[in-house]
Design a binder for this molecule. Structure first.
Ligand code: SAM
Length: 375
């Protein structure tokens, strides 16, 4: 998720105040007592860029984030060792902030270790509700357990489990309304678009899903079967978007997370959740964060394919839509697919953060309307 070029500015030291243990004002006072001058809330990214010496600011976008000059080292600071502050890059704070589950919600953190975003989610939830956190890596999970304990996080269930083996119909997940998916680094926050499009067109389809995988709407007798178009059988009418380089499409996904997501999107959602930041508000269902244009588009494809075949675009799909997240964030998704500008990018050069990509998907249709995936 990082990747500073030689000419890129140095990224500041970002400090997230852990509101499970303390308050922003108290932390500000603590650092003032340690000889730092507090300059108030930043007015622009330029303000962050010009920070030097023993000065610090409150971030302009994230209310619980303090900003210090690059390389300020707090690893031995007692606020850090006691879990009162978390050393977390600003871009890495975006997903939980954008997902913004209400206190008491049930949330899945699908690729969770070492747990920075889990602890951020717990802070937003005020430790009320439950975070089902999964990871496959034992060592990272052990680190995560220590970190969450230090941060005072109590509202979580940690599992060493491949997220794709999670059964979304298991009653224990019946109240889940939010999913945060932060898979192993794809570098997609920093690379250019990996898809190319044929000229124009409104049909929005991707290939790469075998018939055996069973999500093809024509196999399911969906609208594509009636001649609307299908990526697998290449019978699409109008423009078809295809990944430019994709010898093994599923390997490039976050552990093949898209099919898992589709299952989750089908899971009974109970009451509707409230909207992610930037969402229109009403009619919000399950919300999902995804890590790159390609993954976002693929996941959308799985849900959207029947609608796309019926002539609807990803953004007008009645089942699931991209949220225009955080409209005031300056750096938007690359034009790799229709609606990509709803997504956020972050980079050292543009936002003075590590590189990152966030897409927010919102389920807005009923389960019954989503075709079954035969696997
Ligand atoms: N969200 C974490 C945080 O904020 O600290 C960072 C996650 S890291 C980018 C990606 C994690 O995904 C790795 O720990 C990796 O072990 C895990 N992972 C990869 N594939 C997975 C899968 N199929 N199921 C669960 N975890 C997986």
């Amino acid at each position: 998720e990082s990747g500073t070029g030689p000419e890129a500015p140095q990224v500041p030291r970002y400090v997230r105040v852990n509101v499970l243990k303390t308050r922003v004002d108290d932390v500000v006072e603590f650092f003032k007592r340690q000889g730092f001058a507090f300059l108030g809330t930043a007015g622009s990214v330029e303000d962050l860029k010009s920070l030097s010496g023993k000065k610090f600011l409150l971030d302009l976008h994230l209310p619980e984030l303090l900003v210090f000059p690059p390389q300020t080292d707090f690893h031995d600071n007692r606020l850090y060792t006691s879990g009162h502050i978390i050393l977390q890059d600003k871009a890495s704070c975006l997903p939980a902030f954008l997902l913004s589950p209400s206190a008491g919600s049930h949330v899945i953190d699908a690729c969770a270790a070492p747990g920075n975003k889990t602890s951020h989610l717990a802070a937003i939830l005020q430790n009320k509700g439950c975070i089902f956190a999964f990871d496959v890596d034992t060592k990272r999970l052990a680190t995560m357990n220590t970190m969450l304990t230090r941060a005072g996080v109590t509202s979580f269930k940690l599992a060493q489990q491949d997220f794709l083996t999670v059964d979304p119909h298991d009653p224990k997940y019946s109240k889940v309304k939010y999913i945060l998916l932060d898979p192993s680094c794809s570098g997609s926050g920093n690379t250019g678009p990996s898809t190319t499009s044929s000229a124009g067109g409104s049909v929005w389809l991707f290939h790469g899903w075998t018939l055996g995988h069973g999500c093809c709407p024509c196999r399911d007798g969906g609208p594509a079967a009636a001649g609307g178009g299908c990526p697998q059988c290449r019978a699409a009418a109008g423009a078809v978007w295809l990944p430019a380089q994709d010898p093994e499409p599923r390997a490039s996904l976050p552990g093949g997370a898209a099919p898992g997501l589709l299952h989750l999107l089908r899971a009974p959602g109970g009451e509707r959740g409230r909207g992610a930041r930037g969402a229109a508000g009403a009619g919000v269902g399950l919300q999902v964060l995804l890590p790159g244009e390609e993954q976002a588009s693929r996941c959308l494809f799985l849900v959207v394919a029947p609608c796309a075949a019926a002539g609807l675009s990803a953004v007008s799909c009645p089942l699931c839509r991209l949220v225009n997240a955080f409209p005031s964030w300056p750096c938007r998704g690359l034009a790799a697919f229709p609606g990509a500008e709803c997504c956020l990018r972050a980079s050292p050069a543009d936002t003075l953060t590590q590189g990152f990509f966030v897409a927010v998907l919102e389920r807005c249709g009923e389960e019954a309307a989503v075709p079954r995936c035969r696997r």
